[in-house]
Design a protein around this ligand. Structure first.
Ligand SMILES: C[S@@+](CC[C@H](N)C(=O)[O-])C[C@H]1O[C@@H](n2cnc3c(N)ncnc32)[C@H](O)[C@@H]1O
Length: 393
């Protein structure tokens, strides 16, 4: 009985203090945090419930356990690079905001890319904010273990860091550009250091938030974004930005990464198909829906068509290039051609869905991605997308 009450009190706290939608982080995580605090404080469940309801210190301690500062260098960096390349045309210096910044990996990645596209580090200033005390403390040490470099290029590690023992220290010449601070960015009183930023990075937070607080945060970010500035979001969060009025061309090509993954998978799948015996596709007899999409019934028990590998490989490369350049409408049109070549291919449907979503066409996106799942119920990206974008609304 007390256990339920503690869980409900903790969930309420997560909602009000952190704006967290407990469904999105999972009740298990909240339960684990409670168990840790009960162990640490050596209280009974009943005593802990009282502490949680009356002590600000205990509330803060529990909230800290609900913050997961999972990040790594060069994480989905393509949209950051696209944004900075674009910004380099219009600005000689950059103020960037990383919310949330975790231990600073995203901000350091941004600084490295800014240097690569031509900005001198002294003309780049990046403010990072995070609610996790641990994460911000670590960010300010500019010191990282192997774990932060998983999936990171050797160049990044060797050119920007020096190794001491088993730790890596960020080059001292880069450190003055980075400012990491503790803040709950949902606090109505939170104000970052600058009143305007040319670049805002807001990734892997929005999907965990309740719609109302998400909207409040995004409204604040839209006020902080320079009129010619760009905001970088993950592919599953881009549509949330469009919902609050960000313009398509203010959002950096967050669509790219999943498409790249989809393209890689498609290329592998088509190589495999090319090796195995195939059947030729029959003519399309089913009428198209209004948006040019074949109705779902068409996909049931259809034999796979054999794509002619080189034209569709060209098409996928073309889609990648267009999406990369932010030319989403053209990417979508090319995606429809890909669909002609691979009418029963889940990846093609997924790609179209992601582009549609990033164009703000939520309903259409949903229908494409649902089709991808009908064709391939194990399609990991489509499942993730459904869960992130629609599952928690
Ligand atoms: C998964 S990390 C994302 C880090 C980085 N943006 C990235 O995409 O790699 C999520 C971070 O959000 C932070 N966070 C969660 N709620 C927050 C809030 N209300 N204010 C500030 N930071 C918050 C957590 O502490 C955690 O470090």
């Amino acid at each position: 009985m007390s256990a339920n009450k503690v869980l409900s009190s903790a969930s309420k706290l997560a909602r009000t203090k952190l704006g967290l939608d407990v469904k999105s982080v999972g009740a298990v995580m909240v339960e684990q945090a409670i168990a840790t605090r009960i162990r640490k404080t050596r209280l009974t469940e009943e005593q802990y419930l009282y502490a949680l309801e009356t002590s600000g210190t205990e509330q803060e301690a529990l909230c800290q356990l609900l913050l997961v500062s999972e990040s790594w260098f060069e994480r989905e960096q393509q949209p950051i690079e696209s944004a900075l390349t674009e910004l380099y045309r219009n600005f000689s210096q950059i103020r960037a905001l990383s919310v949330p910044c975790a231990r600073g990996e995203e901000a350091i990645t941004t600084l490295a890319i800014a240097k690569k596209v031509g900005f001198h580090p002294s003309l780049v200033s990046i403010d990072g904010y995070d609610a996790s005390e641990n994460a911000v403390e670590q960010a300010n040490l500019f010191t990282y273990g192997e774990y932060s470099f998983r999936g990171t290029s050797e160049w990044f590690r060797t050119h920007l860091f020096s190794k001491v023992g088993d730790k890596y220290h960020l080059s001292p010449e880069l450190q003055p550009s980075l400012h990491f601070n503790l803040a709950n960015v949902l606090d109505p009183l939170w104000r970052p250091r600058c009143s305007q930023y040319e670049l805002i990075l807001c990734r892997n937070l929005l999907i965990y938030l309740r719609p109302r607080v998400r909207r409040q945060l995004l409204t604040k970010l839209s006020e902080l974004l320079h009129p010619q500035g760009l905001i970088v979001a993950t592919y599953s969060e881009a549509s949330l930005l469009l919902d609050v009025g960000f313009k398509k061309d203010q959002i950096s090509i967050a669509v790219f990464s999943p498409i790249q993954r989809a393209i890689n998978k498609s290329a592998n799948a088509s190589k495999k198909r090319a090796k195995s015996p195939t059947r030729s596709a029959g003519p399309r007899t089913t009428p198209l829906l209004k948006n040019g999409t074949p109705p779902i019934s068409q996909f049931h028990k259809q034999p796979s068509s054999r794509p002619s590998e080189s034209p569709s490989t060209d098409l996928t490369a073309g889609i990648k290039e267009l999406a990369d350049a932010g030319r989403l409408d053209e990417a979508f049109a090319l995606g429809l051609q890909l669909l002609e070549a691979r009418p029963n291919d889940a990846q093609s449907h997924f790609i179209l869905g992601v582009i549609a979503s990033c164009c703000g066409q939520s309903e259409e996106a949903r229908s494409w991605i649902e089709r991808a799942l009908i064709l391939d119920p194990q399609h990991e990206d489509a499942k993730l997308y459904m869960d992130n974008v629609w599952g928690r609304h």
